[in-house]
Design a protein around this ligand. Structure first.
Ligand SMILES: NC(=O)c1ccc[n+]([C@@H]2O[C@H](COP(=O)([O-])OP(=O)(O)OC[C@H]3O[C@@H](n4cnc5c(N)ncnc54)[C@H](O)[C@@H]3O)[C@@H](O)[C@H]2O)c1
Length: 440
């Protein structure tokens, strides 16, 4: 059993910290936000993630999981310290390093014996050396440490499962002692025969950016293929399905939609492209994927505008789904933000509903109308837009929906509704890539 500390108790820190405590280690999750920590101590979980609350309860009750806003308590006796603070988009697309810098400084200030210091945050390639220097500069004694890069690949919405059953764990470092400690941290995964890959720090940092950027590229590519399908009369659903049957392509990430969002892809693609520019190796494919993505978000706005006759003025639109994907309340960079902003700016009125993300979106748009069900949101509206593929929207009764709305007008940006049923119910509708703009 090791003493493990997380610096940063956000999405990644809380999920990974809970996961590692479930592996049997003693974990302290530290955060500079005292409000967050005191709320966690009272059992209030700040994010929505399936299964997380139960696992936190289980491990706090077992005396393995603790929360603290005292850096000394958190750092002093730790065998391994994970840095899991945010790296948001900064100037010129670069990752903003200030939170990592401050976490590293704090670690140095309280370090008092040999510790493995491990970065889970997604940091620009080459950050390892910087972090080591900051810790060395702020150290007050001769305590030694080894540095590890251990990028995280969990996906919001299935974060716990991804953490506990990962496809791979990447451990970048250079000392056998630290590799052995990390092997002990991830011990249960060895028993489950999950691949653990040892690399250098720089390679581990590169693996994370290259992976995220590739997934974003795949999405943008499929969105462009879908858009061309619309012009040429091909069905993107079939195209994607058959493409996915090719093992070299794989069926994942082939679904077209309103453009990717979330706390990772937008900022990681920008940071990767920015690194390429800085080092004289432009990553043109990723630059293009970023541009395609912002255009895709606007293309969705144009689609709904066309459906309602070209003008949002005094029209009421229901927005179904606010989070950037289902099973999370995270709305960071969600495509629904661009949609709401544009409708609002052009004089439209919004009735919004998300099963869990209404409160998160209220922070960005406090002045739109939030509803408690899709039925309430769609009542007396001129059109409805599905922005997130929540399961409950897949089961919408179209006849009921039609009876609630002023006119049956619908944009399905996730292609989750049956086109034949939409036609049968005389909806004026559009989606992404089916070339099925259908007028009643
Ligand atoms: N969210 C994801 O799905 C995901 C997946 C993989 C990797 N990542 C990466 O993990 C990192 C963290 O992402 P997140 O989504 O958990 O961020 P987040 O914004 O949810 O959480 C960051 C936390 O760090 C805290 N913090 C900031 N500075 C601090 C400091 N000096 N000391 C202690 N706490 C501090 C903040 O208060 C906040 O609670 C990012 O680099 C991100 O790119 C995120």
């Amino acid at each position: 059993m090791k003493n493990v500390t997380f610096i940063g108790t956000g999405y990644v820190g809380l999920v990974s910290g809970t996961g590692i405590s479930d592996f049997g280690h003693k974990v302290t999750c530290y955060d500079i936000s005292e409000k967050k920590i005191s709320s966690l101590k009272k059992g209030n979980i700040p994010i929505y993630e399936p299964g997380l609350e139960e696992l936190i309860k289980k491990n706090t009750a077992a005396g393995r999981l603790f929360f603290s806003s005292d850096p000394e308590i958190a750092i002093k006796d730790a065998d391994v310290i994970f840095i899991a603070v945010g790296t948001p988009m900064g100037e010129d697309g670069k990752a903003d390093f200030k939170y990592v810098e401050s976490a590293a400084k704090t670690i140095g200030e309280y370090l008092d014996s040999y510790t493995v210091i491990c970065t889970k945050s997604t940091v620009p390639i080459g950050s390892g050396k910087k972090i080591i220097n900051i810790i060395n500069k702020s150290k007050k004694n001769d305590a030694t440490f080894d540095y590890i890069s251990n990028p995280e690949f969990l996906r919001e919405g299935s974060a716990l499962n991804d953490f506990l059953w990962p496809d791979r764990v990447v451990i970048g470092g250079s000392s056998k002692k630290s590799f052995d400690i990390m092997k002990e941290i991830y011990g249960p995964l060895f028993k489950n025969k999950k691949p653990i890959v040892y690399t250098t720090v720089t390679t581990a940092e590169m693996i994370k950016y290259a992976s995220n950027a590739f997934l974003a590229l795949k999405i943008s590519y499929m969105n462009e293929v879908a858009n061309l399908c619309e012009s040429l009369g091909a069905d993107i659903k079939q195209v994607a399905k058959v493409m996915g049957q090719d093992g070299r392509i794989s069926s994942k990430f082939l679904h077209p939609g309103p453009g990717y969002g979330g706390s990772c892809f937008p900022k990681d693609t920008e940071a990767f492209a920015s690194l390429g520019r800085k080092h004289g190796n432009k990553i043109r494919t990723i630059e293009a994927a970023i541009k395609t993505n912002s255009e895709q978000k606007l293309r969705m706005v144009k689609k709904i505008k066309n459906l309602i006759g070209g003008d949002f003025e005094n029209k009421t639109i229901a927005i179904l789904g606010l989070s950037f994907k289902p099973n999370t309340d995270d709305v960071r960079e969600s495509a629904s933000i661009e949609m709401i902003k544009n409708i609002k700016e052009k004089g439209g009125l919004i009735k919004a509903f998300d099963p869990v993300a209404n409160d998160s979106m209220k922070i960005i748009f406090p002045d739109i109308s939030y509803k408690n069900s899709w039925e309430e949101a769609c009542k007396d509206t001129d059109a409805a837009v599905i922005m997130t593929e929540w399961n409950e929207f897949r089961g919408i009764s179209l006849s009921h929906l039609k009876s609630l709305m002023k006119r049956p007008v619908l944009l399905d940006t996730r292609n989750i509704l049956d086109v034949e049923k939409l036609k049968k119910n005389n909806f004026l509708f559009d989606n992404v890539g089916h070339n099925l703009l259908y007028e009643n």
